[in-house]
Design a protein around this ligand. Structure first.
Ligand code: TYC
Length: 107
């Protein structure tokens, strides 16, 4: 009666896989500069990336010492909107803080 039972099982599996394939992910990378106050960077990491104060402080220090660090990993629309929000928030307060996108997926 049902046509499903007569379908080759591999066709069903392929269709489900294509429907649930995850979107490409992007890292939001925070860049160091010599002028933005450390407290402001910690505040941005808490406000826009949902970090605890401990995590925000750790990421801020990593960026300060190593030049860059990952704030979070998101689908493209969310990642680019976080970058734009941070740029606008920092610029409105005369800080040169910058973050950029980087593809997170291999290949
Ligand atoms: N280097 C800055 C300072 O010494 C602090 C800082 C940390 C700035 C992280 C930007 O993404 C940054 N005030």
């Amino acid at each position: 009666m049902s046509t499903r039972t007569s379908l080759p099982p591999d066709l069903v599996v392929e269709k489900l896989t294509a429907k649930t394939a995850p979107p490409p992910m992007f890292k939001v990378i925070l860049l160091n500069d010599d002028y933005t106050p450390m407290e402001f960077v910690v505040h941005v990491l808490e406000k826009f990336f949902g970090k605890s104060s401990e995590d925000a402080f750790r990421v801020m220090l990593q960026v300060h010492h190593e030049g860059k660090g990952v704030c979070g990993v998101y689908p493209h629309d969310i990642a680019s909107s976080r970058v734009a929000q941070v740029a606008q928030y920092a610029r409105a307060r005369q800080h040169p803080l910058q973050c950029v996108l980087e593809p997170a997926d291999d290949a």
